[in-house]
Design a protein around this ligand. Structure first.
Ligand code: HPA
Length: 273
């Protein structure tokens, strides 16, 4: 057994002792979007800090707990707060929570984040369905001895974001009269925002949005065979496109502003999958 597998087993042993409902859908809530967890009923809460060996989020706007419960007739687990590579955790620790949610029983994963808009047609408040990602600027969470119990050594990444779920997401948005774009998400290490020259380069490479999370989690989830869907909330125009300096307060404020629209969309989407 690898070190990673041992760490997962230890954490899971603790979780399984208290977990009543086996979740089928996992949701990761990005910066400022944690309020969505309020919609979950019959909540069971597991604090990350109580789970042996678990990484704990240190970022303002990110709490640190799993919320397990019901959304309509579905058992869900939501992460209120994620951990990031820039906090100093190695990538295998950053993706430990997503792996744990798969081991709890979740087969589908909804990833959400706050992101900077690169595509010219985006503005603060735009929602973007992630249809592919670029992770070339961060290390792969799959580096190191392969965890054969989780997945294969060389996993395919040609369709990370599930086409059927993506279609359902678009159909749901249409039904609710919510505008949602499609695009490519590029992950950086953070914690600094980008320079205008970097954003120009990312645009040339085909990115529509940029952020400091998500793609590494999608990679680990894909390795484990989860069906993945992702939504970016464009909280600001990226550096150089924005006329003003970027800051985390603006990111949180825009995420707050979108949270109503975001919640309506995600609730209805979960109902349908
Ligand atoms: N860059 C990187 N990450 C982000 C941004 C951004 O402009 N906005 C929100 N998260």
């Amino acid at each position: 057994m690898t070190r990673v597998e041992e760490e997962l087993n230890t954490a899971l042993e603790y979780i399984n002792k208290i977990l009543v409902k086996k979740p089928e859908i996992a949701i990761i809530l990005g910066s400022g979007l944690g309020g969505f967890a309020e919609c979950i009923e019959n909540k069971e809460i597991i604090e990350y800090k109580d789970i042996p060996g678990f990484p704990v989020s240190t970022v303002s706007g990110h709490e640190g707990r799993f919320i397990i419960g019901k959304l309509f007739d579905k058992n869900v687990v939501a992460m209120q707060g994620r951990v990031h590579y820039y906090e100093g955790y190695t990538m295998d620790r950053v993706v430990m929570p997503v792996r744990i949610m798969k081991l709890m029983g979740a087969k589908k994963l909804l990833l959400t984040n706050a992101a900077g808009g690169i595509n010219d047609s985006f503005e603060p408040g735009t929602l973007m369905a992630i249809n592919d990602h670029i992770t070339s600027f961060v290390p792969s969470p799959l580096i190191g001895e392969n965890n054969d119990s989780l997945g294969v050594r060389f996993p395919d990444m040609s369709k990370v974001y599930d086409r059927e779920l993506l279609e359902i997401l678009h159909a749901t948005a249409k039904e609710l009269d919510i505008d949602i774009k499609d695009g490519v998400y590029l992950q950086t290490t953070g914690p600094n925002y980008e320079t205008p020259a970097e954003i120009k380069m990312y645009k040339t490479l085909g990115a529509d949005a940029v952020g400091m999370s998500t793609a590494c989690e999608a990679m680990a989830a894909m390795h484990m065979g989860m069906r993945i869907v992702g939504i970016s909330c464009i909280t600001n125009l990226a550096a150089g496109i924005s006329k003003t300096a970027l800051n985390h307060e603006e990111v949180k404020a825009t995420a707050d502003m979108i949270s109503d629209k975001f919640t309506r969309l995600v609730k209805e989407f979960i109902k349908k999958i």
